[in-house]
Every structure is written in C-alpha cells, then in structure tokens.
Design a protein around this ligand. Structure first.
Ligand code: GTP
Ligand code: MG
Length: 197
C-alpha cells in the first residue's frame, strides 16, 4: 500500500473547502511539535511530503494526502501551542470538531503523544472529546529514539492504564520513531487492517 505514490491533495483552511472524501481516511492529531508531519512522511517513505519544522505550530491547516485513491492521510495542526492567539485557537477548535464529527469515511484518528512526556492534561481533554463524539482513535507514542530503553516499558504501561476505561480507544499502543523507523511497520500494519475491515 505504501510502496510508490502518495500525493498532496489539498489544504483545508476552513470546512467549506474540505476535499471530496476518497477511500478510507485516517488523521494524525497531537500537541504541536509531537512529530505528526514527520510520522506522515515516515509512513509514506517520502521525507518531504508533509512539511516539518523545529518550530511548533508549523502545520496550520488540515493537509490531505492521497494514497492510491484507497487511503487518505490527514496531517492536522497541532494543539496546545501557547503562542497561538486566542482567536486562532477558537478557529482551530471549530475546524477540528466539525471535521472529526462530519467526516463519514474517517476510520481512525491516530493521537500522537511524545513518549518522553506521556499524556498531558490537554491530551486527555482531546481524548475526552473523541470519546464523547465516538470517534475511534489509537495512541501512538512518538520520538521513541529519544526515550531511554529502560523507560519504554513503563511509558507504554502507564499509557495503557490511562486508556483502559476509554470507550473509543483502540487497545494497541504503538511506539514509533521517524528517526530510526521503529514502530513504523507496525503502524502500517495497523492502517492496512483498517482498510481490510
Ligand atoms: P506541528 O505541525 O507544529 O504541530 O508539529 P508536528 O507535530 O507536525 O511535528 P514535526 O513533524 O514538524 O516535528 C517537530 C520536531 O520534532 C522536528 O524538529 C522533528 O525533527 C522532530 N521529530 C519528529 N519526529 C521525531 C522522532 O521520531 N524522533 C526525534 N528525536 N525527533 C523527531
Ligand atoms: Mg506538522
């Protein structure tokens, strides 16, 4: 599925201009700078597909990427970036909420969490929203290369415990790195299973 082409389809600054639905859609959400755009690139094997940056707040729109007409990847703007002014936060929240509720082909939201920091309260707020809206999501721990080996199991266990009673959470937790590609094959497999459903 991920061998070969991936094309940028559209950037949606507002809901009026979302591209038409194509195949199964999956979205990548998470705090600013957690590594969403980098993971989209790692997943597709295309390093310059989604724009990445050291500066949080790089991705400002919903960016749609088409994989062979069968799968659409959505790189979402990050949340929790303090320097974004209030009006922008409200516009962001409105865009995200209507997108998450209204997209019939959205099969799963991958919620990315920095493996060094674990779930923050802003993340649990987002998970609350997804549970409430009954939008299926899966947690992916990012930047696994930057976590000490001895800390990996404890971080996964703590995350699993935090998700245990959440109705819309998919039970499998992935630990990935866009630097050394760990967990990327598992993420691809998880996406492939969604397409087979
Ligand atoms: P916004 O669009 O601003 O919300 O950020 P984002 O979540 O899309 O993050 P992005 O992919 O732009 O990466 C942010 C920073 O984290 C960049 O400096 C990346 O090089 C770094 N980064 C991304 N993935 C990894 C990873 O797996 N390991 C490490 N060590 N750094 C990473
Ligand atoms: Mg980004």
């Amino acid at each position: 599925l991920f061998a070969g082409t991936a094309d940028f389809t559209a950037a949606a600054p507002s809901l009026g201009v979302l591209p038409p639905m194509k195949g199964v859609e999956i979205a990548f959400a998470g705090r600013s700078n957690v590594g969403k755009s980098s993971l989209v690139n790692a997943l597709t094997g295309r390093n310059t597909l989604a724009r990445t940056s050291h500066t949080p707040g790089r991705t400002q729109q919903l960016n749609f990427f088409d994989i062979k007409g069968r799968l659409t990847l959505v790189d979402m703007p990050g949340y929790g970036y303090a320097a974004v002014e209030k009006a922008k936060v409200e516009a962001w929240t409105a865009l995200i909420h209507s997108y998450l509720k209204g997209r019939a082909n959205l099969a799963r939201v991958f919620v990315l969490i920095d493996s060094r920091h674990g779930l923050k309260s802003i993340d649990t707020d987002v998970l609350d929203g997804l549970d409430k809206a009954a939008v299926s999501y899966q947690v992916v721990l990012t930047k696994g290369d930057a976590l000490k080996k001895s800390e990996v199991d404890a971080r996964i266990a703590a995350t699993r415990a935090a998700l245990a009673k959440r109705p819309a959470a998919y039970p499998e937790i992935l630990l990935t790195s866009s630097r050394d590609d760990r967990g990327v094959a598992e993420l691809r497999a998880s996406v492939a299973r969604l397409l087979a459903e």
